[in-house]
Design a protein. Structure first.
Length: 326
Protein backbone atom coordinates (compact mmCIF):
# COMPACT_ATOMS: atom_id res chain seq x y z
CA UNK A 1 0.00 0.00 0.00
CA UNK A 2 1.41 3.35 -0.97
CA UNK A 3 1.69 6.26 1.43
CA UNK A 4 -0.89 8.11 -0.61
CA UNK A 5 -3.43 5.31 -0.18
CA UNK A 6 -2.70 5.11 3.56
CA UNK A 7 -3.23 8.83 3.87
CA UNK A 8 -6.54 8.57 2.06
CA UNK A 9 -7.76 5.76 4.35
CA UNK A 10 -6.67 7.68 7.47
CA UNK A 11 -8.45 10.79 6.23
CA UNK A 12 -11.61 8.77 5.58
CA UNK A 13 -11.52 7.23 9.06
CA UNK A 14 -10.99 10.65 10.64
CA UNK A 15 -13.93 12.07 8.69
CA UNK A 16 -16.16 9.15 9.71
CA UNK A 17 -15.24 9.60 13.36
CA UNK A 18 -15.91 13.33 13.15
CA UNK A 19 -19.32 12.71 11.57
CA UNK A 20 -20.19 10.17 14.27
CA UNK A 21 -19.16 12.58 17.03
CA UNK A 22 -21.13 15.38 15.41
CA UNK A 23 -24.19 13.16 15.14
CA UNK A 24 -23.92 12.25 18.82
CA UNK A 25 -23.48 15.89 19.77
CA UNK A 26 -26.57 16.84 17.77
CA UNK A 27 -28.72 13.96 19.09
CA UNK A 28 -31.69 15.18 21.13
CA UNK A 29 -31.05 15.24 24.90
CA UNK A 30 -30.81 12.90 26.72
CA UNK A 31 -30.09 10.38 23.96
CA UNK A 32 -28.86 6.99 25.12
CA UNK A 33 -26.93 8.25 28.16
CA UNK A 34 -28.44 7.64 31.62
CA UNK A 35 -29.50 10.72 33.60
CA UNK A 36 -29.06 10.45 37.38
CA UNK A 37 -31.39 12.37 39.68
CA UNK A 38 -29.70 12.64 43.07
CA UNK A 39 -32.19 12.66 45.96
CA UNK A 40 -30.30 14.01 48.99
CA UNK A 41 -32.45 12.13 51.50
CA UNK A 42 -33.21 8.50 52.29
CA UNK A 43 -35.56 6.41 50.18
CA UNK A 44 -39.22 6.44 51.12
CA UNK A 45 -39.62 10.12 51.98
CA UNK A 46 -41.47 12.83 50.09
CA UNK A 47 -38.37 14.05 48.21
CA UNK A 48 -37.64 10.50 47.09
CA UNK A 49 -41.23 9.99 45.95
CA UNK A 50 -41.22 13.16 43.87
CA UNK A 51 -37.82 12.32 42.39
CA UNK A 52 -39.11 8.94 41.25
CA UNK A 53 -42.22 10.46 39.71
CA UNK A 54 -40.00 12.82 37.69
CA UNK A 55 -37.60 10.04 36.71
CA UNK A 56 -40.47 7.92 35.41
CA UNK A 57 -42.28 10.69 33.53
CA UNK A 58 -39.16 12.36 32.09
CA UNK A 59 -37.99 9.01 30.81
CA UNK A 60 -41.33 8.41 29.13
CA UNK A 61 -41.60 11.90 27.66
CA UNK A 62 -37.99 12.31 26.48
CA UNK A 63 -37.30 8.73 25.48
CA UNK A 64 -34.25 8.38 27.73
CA UNK A 65 -33.43 6.65 30.99
CA UNK A 66 -33.65 8.64 34.23
CA UNK A 67 -32.72 6.96 37.51
CA UNK A 68 -32.82 8.03 41.16
CA UNK A 69 -29.77 7.82 43.42
CA UNK A 70 -30.23 8.44 47.16
CA UNK A 71 -27.34 10.24 48.89
CA UNK A 72 -28.50 11.25 52.36
CA UNK A 73 -26.58 13.23 54.97
CA UNK A 74 -26.11 16.64 56.60
CA UNK A 75 -29.67 17.83 56.07
CA UNK A 76 -29.43 17.16 52.35
CA UNK A 77 -26.09 18.91 51.91
CA UNK A 78 -24.13 15.75 51.10
CA UNK A 79 -26.08 14.76 48.00
CA UNK A 80 -26.58 18.30 46.74
CA UNK A 81 -22.86 19.07 47.11
CA UNK A 82 -22.04 16.06 44.92
CA UNK A 83 -24.27 17.46 42.18
CA UNK A 84 -22.68 20.91 42.50
CA UNK A 85 -19.34 19.25 41.66
CA UNK A 86 -20.73 17.10 38.82
CA UNK A 87 -19.97 17.71 35.16
CA UNK A 88 -22.32 20.41 33.85
CA UNK A 89 -23.64 18.28 31.00
CA UNK A 90 -27.24 17.69 32.12
CA UNK A 91 -26.71 14.05 33.10
CA UNK A 92 -26.54 14.65 36.86
CA UNK A 93 -29.45 16.56 38.41
CA UNK A 94 -30.88 16.88 41.90
CA UNK A 95 -34.06 17.23 43.87
CA UNK A 96 -33.47 20.20 46.16
CA UNK A 97 -35.75 21.33 48.98
CA UNK A 98 -36.48 24.30 51.19
CA UNK A 99 -33.79 22.84 53.47
CA UNK A 100 -30.97 22.57 50.92
CA UNK A 101 -31.75 25.77 49.03
CA UNK A 102 -33.10 28.18 51.65
CA UNK A 103 -32.71 27.02 55.27
CA UNK A 104 -29.30 25.31 55.33
CA UNK A 105 -27.43 28.38 53.99
CA UNK A 106 -28.84 30.31 56.96
CA UNK A 107 -28.13 27.79 59.71
CA UNK A 108 -24.95 25.93 58.71
CA UNK A 109 -21.74 27.74 59.65
CA UNK A 110 -19.99 26.18 56.65
CA UNK A 111 -21.75 25.08 53.48
CA UNK A 112 -20.16 22.71 50.92
CA UNK A 113 -21.79 24.62 48.05
CA UNK A 114 -23.26 27.99 47.13
CA UNK A 115 -26.97 27.35 46.69
CA UNK A 116 -27.34 30.29 44.30
CA UNK A 117 -24.15 30.30 42.22
CA UNK A 118 -23.65 26.54 41.93
CA UNK A 119 -27.08 25.65 40.55
CA UNK A 120 -29.47 26.39 37.70
CA UNK A 121 -33.06 26.22 39.01
CA UNK A 122 -35.24 24.16 36.66
CA UNK A 123 -38.67 24.23 38.29
CA UNK A 124 -40.37 24.09 41.67
CA UNK A 125 -41.98 20.68 41.59
CA UNK A 126 -44.32 20.73 44.57
CA UNK A 127 -45.26 22.22 47.90
CA UNK A 128 -45.92 19.88 50.82
CA UNK A 129 -47.86 21.04 53.88
CA UNK A 130 -46.37 20.51 57.31
CA UNK A 131 -48.79 19.87 60.15
CA UNK A 132 -48.44 20.46 63.88
CA UNK A 133 -49.06 17.26 65.85
CA UNK A 134 -48.89 16.14 69.46
CA UNK A 135 -48.80 12.84 71.31
CA UNK A 136 -52.33 11.62 71.96
CA UNK A 137 -51.80 11.79 75.75
CA UNK A 138 -50.67 15.42 75.82
CA UNK A 139 -53.51 17.33 77.55
CA UNK A 140 -54.19 19.76 74.69
CA UNK A 141 -56.65 19.67 71.81
CA UNK A 142 -56.19 23.14 70.30
CA UNK A 143 -53.35 25.46 69.36
CA UNK A 144 -54.22 28.03 72.10
CA UNK A 145 -54.15 25.22 74.68
CA UNK A 146 -50.72 24.10 73.46
CA UNK A 147 -49.35 27.65 73.60
CA UNK A 148 -50.71 28.07 77.13
CA UNK A 149 -49.18 24.74 78.23
CA UNK A 150 -45.76 25.62 76.81
CA UNK A 151 -45.75 29.09 78.35
CA UNK A 152 -46.53 27.65 81.77
CA UNK A 153 -43.86 24.93 81.37
CA UNK A 154 -40.87 26.35 79.44
CA UNK A 155 -38.54 23.65 78.10
CA UNK A 156 -40.47 20.88 79.86
CA UNK A 157 -41.70 19.39 76.58
CA UNK A 158 -39.71 18.26 73.58
CA UNK A 159 -40.31 18.39 69.85
CA UNK A 160 -38.78 16.11 67.26
CA UNK A 161 -37.62 16.88 63.74
CA UNK A 162 -36.11 14.93 60.84
CA UNK A 163 -32.82 16.74 61.43
CA UNK A 164 -31.30 20.03 62.50
CA UNK A 165 -32.02 22.69 59.90
CA UNK A 166 -34.77 20.76 58.14
CA UNK A 167 -38.13 22.35 57.35
CA UNK A 168 -39.75 20.45 60.22
CA UNK A 169 -37.15 21.81 62.65
CA UNK A 170 -37.50 25.37 61.43
CA UNK A 171 -41.30 25.19 61.43
CA UNK A 172 -41.09 24.58 65.17
CA UNK A 173 -38.51 27.34 65.63
CA UNK A 174 -40.82 29.75 63.82
CA UNK A 175 -43.64 28.62 66.11
CA UNK A 176 -41.47 29.29 69.18
CA UNK A 177 -40.42 32.74 67.97
CA UNK A 178 -43.98 33.65 67.02
CA UNK A 179 -45.54 32.53 70.32
CA UNK A 180 -42.80 33.27 72.84
CA UNK A 181 -42.60 29.64 73.92
CA UNK A 182 -39.70 27.25 74.55
CA UNK A 183 -39.36 23.55 73.76
CA UNK A 184 -36.41 21.15 73.66
CA UNK A 185 -35.35 20.12 70.16
CA UNK A 186 -34.65 16.43 69.54
CA UNK A 187 -33.25 15.87 66.01
CA UNK A 188 -33.63 12.48 64.30
CA UNK A 189 -32.29 10.99 61.09
CA UNK A 190 -35.69 10.47 59.48
CA UNK A 191 -39.37 11.31 59.76
CA UNK A 192 -40.12 7.65 60.45
CA UNK A 193 -38.10 7.76 63.67
CA UNK A 194 -39.83 10.98 64.72
CA UNK A 195 -43.24 9.41 64.20
CA UNK A 196 -42.37 6.32 66.20
CA UNK A 197 -41.17 8.36 69.19
CA UNK A 198 -44.19 10.66 68.98
CA UNK A 199 -46.44 7.60 69.05
CA UNK A 200 -44.62 6.18 72.08
CA UNK A 201 -44.47 9.51 73.96
CA UNK A 202 -40.68 9.86 73.90
CA UNK A 203 -41.34 13.29 72.38
CA UNK A 204 -44.59 15.21 72.72
CA UNK A 205 -44.71 17.56 69.73
CA UNK A 206 -43.62 17.67 66.11
CA UNK A 207 -44.16 19.27 62.73
CA UNK A 208 -44.03 16.89 59.79
CA UNK A 209 -45.04 16.52 56.15
CA UNK A 210 -48.67 15.54 55.81
CA UNK A 211 -47.61 12.73 53.46
CA UNK A 212 -45.84 10.98 56.34
CA UNK A 213 -48.09 11.82 59.26
CA UNK A 214 -51.68 11.86 58.06
CA UNK A 215 -52.35 8.08 58.14
CA UNK A 216 -51.53 8.06 61.87
CA UNK A 217 -53.79 11.06 62.45
CA UNK A 218 -56.67 9.38 60.62
CA UNK A 219 -56.10 6.23 62.69
CA UNK A 220 -56.46 8.27 65.88
CA UNK A 221 -52.92 7.47 67.06
CA UNK A 222 -51.61 11.06 66.78
CA UNK A 223 -53.51 14.30 67.37
CA UNK A 224 -53.19 16.98 64.68
CA UNK A 225 -53.72 20.53 65.92
CA UNK A 226 -53.16 22.66 62.82
CA UNK A 227 -51.60 22.90 59.39
CA UNK A 228 -48.56 25.11 58.87
CA UNK A 229 -50.01 26.51 55.65
CA UNK A 230 -51.61 29.98 55.42
CA UNK A 231 -55.03 28.42 54.71
CA UNK A 232 -56.82 25.19 55.54
CA UNK A 233 -56.17 22.14 53.38
CA UNK A 234 -58.70 20.63 51.02
CA UNK A 235 -57.81 17.15 52.32
CA UNK A 236 -58.34 18.23 55.94
CA UNK A 237 -60.93 21.00 55.97
CA UNK A 238 -61.66 20.62 59.69
CA UNK A 239 -58.01 21.17 60.61
CA UNK A 240 -57.35 24.86 61.31
CA UNK A 241 -54.40 26.72 59.84
CA UNK A 242 -51.84 28.06 62.30
CA UNK A 243 -52.27 31.45 60.66
CA UNK A 244 -55.73 31.56 62.27
CA UNK A 245 -53.97 31.85 65.62
CA UNK A 246 -50.61 33.28 64.56
CA UNK A 247 -51.16 35.85 61.78
CA UNK A 248 -48.79 35.38 58.86
CA UNK A 249 -47.49 31.99 60.00
CA UNK A 250 -46.41 29.75 57.08
CA UNK A 251 -43.90 26.90 57.05
CA UNK A 252 -44.62 24.59 54.16
CA UNK A 253 -41.96 22.31 52.75
CA UNK A 254 -41.18 22.68 49.05
CA UNK A 255 -39.25 20.59 46.56
CA UNK A 256 -37.54 21.65 43.36
CA UNK A 257 -35.49 20.36 40.46
CA UNK A 258 -31.95 21.66 39.87
CA UNK A 259 -29.06 21.26 37.46
CA UNK A 260 -25.45 22.23 38.19
CA UNK A 261 -24.63 25.73 36.97
CA UNK A 262 -22.99 25.62 33.56
CA UNK A 263 -25.39 23.09 32.05
CA UNK A 264 -26.31 24.34 28.56
CA UNK A 265 -29.26 26.71 28.76
CA UNK A 266 -31.19 24.81 26.14
CA UNK A 267 -31.07 21.63 28.24
CA UNK A 268 -32.20 23.46 31.39
CA UNK A 269 -35.02 25.13 29.45
CA UNK A 270 -36.08 21.79 27.96
CA UNK A 271 -36.18 20.14 31.39
CA UNK A 272 -38.13 23.06 32.82
CA UNK A 273 -40.74 22.84 30.07
CA UNK A 274 -41.09 19.09 30.62
CA UNK A 275 -41.40 19.34 34.41
CA UNK A 276 -44.07 22.03 34.07
CA UNK A 277 -45.99 19.74 31.70
CA UNK A 278 -45.57 16.72 33.99
CA UNK A 279 -47.00 18.58 36.98
CA UNK A 280 -50.07 19.40 34.86
CA UNK A 281 -50.72 15.77 33.86
CA UNK A 282 -54.08 14.66 35.34
CA UNK A 283 -52.67 11.33 36.56
CA UNK A 284 -49.78 13.07 38.34
CA UNK A 285 -52.07 15.69 39.87
CA UNK A 286 -54.37 12.94 41.14
CA UNK A 287 -51.43 11.02 42.60
CA UNK A 288 -50.08 14.14 44.34
CA UNK A 289 -53.46 15.20 45.74
CA UNK A 290 -54.04 11.77 47.28
CA UNK A 291 -50.77 12.25 49.18
CA UNK A 292 -51.62 15.79 50.26
CA UNK A 293 -48.96 17.26 47.95
CA UNK A 294 -49.63 20.41 45.92
CA UNK A 295 -48.08 20.13 42.42
CA UNK A 296 -46.47 23.38 41.26
CA UNK A 297 -44.43 23.18 38.05
CA UNK A 298 -43.11 26.75 37.98
CA UNK A 299 -40.98 28.45 35.33
CA UNK A 300 -37.25 28.97 35.85
CA UNK A 301 -37.84 32.66 36.56
CA UNK A 302 -40.62 31.98 39.06
CA UNK A 303 -38.54 29.37 40.86
CA UNK A 304 -35.50 31.64 41.04
CA UNK A 305 -37.61 34.40 42.62
CA UNK A 306 -39.14 31.92 45.08
CA UNK A 307 -35.69 30.73 46.21
CA UNK A 308 -34.55 34.31 46.80
CA UNK A 309 -37.63 35.13 48.89
CA UNK A 310 -37.39 31.92 50.92
CA UNK A 311 -33.65 32.42 51.53
CA UNK A 312 -34.33 35.81 53.07
CA UNK A 313 -37.31 34.63 55.11
CA UNK A 314 -35.56 31.67 56.72
CA UNK A 315 -32.40 33.69 57.36
CA UNK A 316 -34.56 36.06 59.42
CA UNK A 317 -36.11 33.15 61.34
CA UNK A 318 -32.72 31.53 62.00
CA UNK A 319 -31.36 34.81 63.34
CA UNK A 320 -34.32 35.43 65.64
CA UNK A 321 -34.31 31.83 66.89
CA UNK A 322 -30.50 31.82 67.21
CA UNK A 323 -30.19 28.57 65.22
CA UNK A 324 -26.62 27.80 64.13
CA UNK A 325 -25.07 24.47 63.17
CA UNK A 326 -21.29 24.32 63.44
Amino acid sequence: MTMTRRAMIAAALTAATSLSSAAQAQAPYPGSQVVTIVVPFAAGGTTDLLGRVLADRLGARLGGKFIVENRAGAGGNTGVAAVARAAPDGYTLTMGTVSTHAINPAVYAKMPFDHIKDFAPISQVASVPNILMVNIDLPVKTVPELIDLLKKNPNKYSFGSSGAGTSTHMAAELFKVSTGTDMVHVPYRSSGQVTQDLLSGQIQITFDNITIAWPHVEAGKIRALATATPERLAVAKDLPALAEFIPGYAAASWHGFFAPSGVPKEIVAKLSTEVQAIMREPAVIDQMKKLGVDPVGSTQEQFTAHIAAETKRWADVAQKANVRIE
